[in-house]
Write a protein of this length. Structure first.
Length: 68
């Protein structure tokens, strides 16, 4: 899913998983630089998981979310 982030021109890309990864939703937003500010996060955003390899698609195939 693509969800606009306010009037910033940025878009959230949300992956909604099914089957063995059912219940997992992952949202990401592409920034033009590391220090780009996006302002306030939407209320539906949870914890930051960018550095957690369990959330990588390649790992979700090997060890699905429902086994955690």
């Amino acid at each position: 899913y693509l969800i606009p982030h306010g009037d910033t021109g940025l878009m959230w890309e949300v992956d909604h998983f099914h089957d063995d990864n059912s219940g997992l939703d992952v949202a990401e937003i592409e920034l033009s630089s590391e220090d780009q500010s996006i302002g306030e996060l939407p209320s539906w955003i949870g914890k930051e998981v960018s550095d957690d390899p369990r959330y990588f698609n390649s790992q979700l195939i090997k060890r699905p979310f429902n086994t955690w």
